[in-house]
Ligand binder design. Structure first.
Ligand SMILES: [Zn+2]
Length: 329
């Protein structure tokens, strides 16, 4: 009997592993089709920038079947990006946002062995004309993010701190959580540090501020928006330190409060059926050695909520997008 039960369990595990593999391949096909369509659409490319490129590290030698598929998709998207950006002379004056976006794209290319030193040096040269506030909306070497920093408008305009509305399209300004400002700065400085491009502060300047804020907030109840961006800031610390999944990290680097913060947000994401947040928390918790029931439940949620086209529907993002387009006055 026990032998039969073991066989049944083994069958069940094999079936589950096969389902997960199928979900990974379907997800990659979705990214490939959607990513190419987004890169080829001027409006979508302007809105989402180089975020469309597959940012995760994919081993180039001895890949598994899933990794080989991921590499194929990453290269396909990278080659499309190259056709649009490489071999061109940048204007002397570029906006900081454009430079940060190019830097992100160039880093993705470099990780795939497709780097473009000519465009990289042009970006580095243009970046030298700006300071930290131009890139991060605050100066990490001298201060923390202010309370009145505004999100960039969905029309693409950059809003000054304390703005009431966008001067170009009149949409109301949206205040940023300090954790959101740190999150953006972590991403920008990660690329800057890895590419050797100076932005007026480095990744560890931001990490130091975020760590101090995390310790100060420990045991307190954060506003929903702060808790949300804190979770994403923590996942991006893990992504940066692991070079987007190139290596797992020593569990001892991450004390219990960080683990419990990410686990709480993972439980929250499962309750709200939020695949984006659930996926990031799950991925990062696994990277720092966490295992257990909540993580298993998250895997089952992600596989179970995948749509027929291989993608996921994120209600939170749809509502947010609807709110920003509906609030045009
Ligand atoms: Zn606007």
């Amino acid at each position: 009997m026990r032998g039969a039960a073991r066989i049944r369990t083994a069958d069940g595990e094999d079936e589950w592993r096969a389902r997960k593999r199928k979900a990974v391949h379907a997800g990659l096909d979705f990214i490939s089709t959607t990513g190419l369509a987004m890169l080829r659409s001027t409006a979508l490319h302007a809105r989402h920038g180089s975020d469309i490129l597959l940012p995760f590290h994919v081993p180039r030698s001895n890949p598994t079947e899933e990794e080989a598929h991921a590499l194929l998709v990453a290269k396909k998207l990278a080659n499309e990006w190259r056709m649009q950006h490489c071999g061109k002379q940048l204007p002397n004056r570029c906006e900081p946002r454009q430079l940060l976006d190019l830097m992100q794209g160039l880093y993705a290319l470099e990780e795939l062995g497709l780097g473009d030193p000519v465009l990289t040096s042009q970006v580095a040269e243009r970046c030298a004309k700006f300071n930290a506030v131009d890139f991060f909306k605050f100066d990490p070497l001298h201060t923390e993010p202010g309370a009145f920093v505004c999100e960039d408008c969905v029309c693409g305009a950059r809003l000054d701190a304390e703005s009431a509305h966008c001067t170009q399209c009149r949409r109301p300004a949206i205040r940023m959580s300090a954790y959101d400002v740190w999150l953006e700065a972590l991403v920008f400085t990660f690329h800057g540090c890895r590419m050797g491009i100076g932005l007026g502060a480095c990744f560890f300047d931001i990490l130091r501020q975020l760590s101090t804020a995390f310790v100060a907030a420990h045991g307190k109840t954060l506003a929903q928006k702060d808790a949300h961006y804190l979770a994403y800031a923590l996942t991006h610390v893990i992504y940066a330190l692991s070079n987007f999944n190139e290596r797992s990290l020593p569990p001892s680097l991450f004390p219990p409060p960080i683990r419990s913060c990410l686990l709480d947000r993972l439980k929250f994401a499962l309750k709200k059926r939020d695949p984006d947040l659930a996926g990031e928390c799950l991925d990062c918790l696994k990277c720092i050695g966490e295992r257990g029931q909540t993580l298993n439940a998250a895997e089952r949620f992600l596989v179970g909520s995948q749509q027929a086209d291989g993608g996921w529907c994120c209600v939170r993002m749809i509502l947010r997008r609807a709110a920003s387009s509906g609030s045009r006055s």
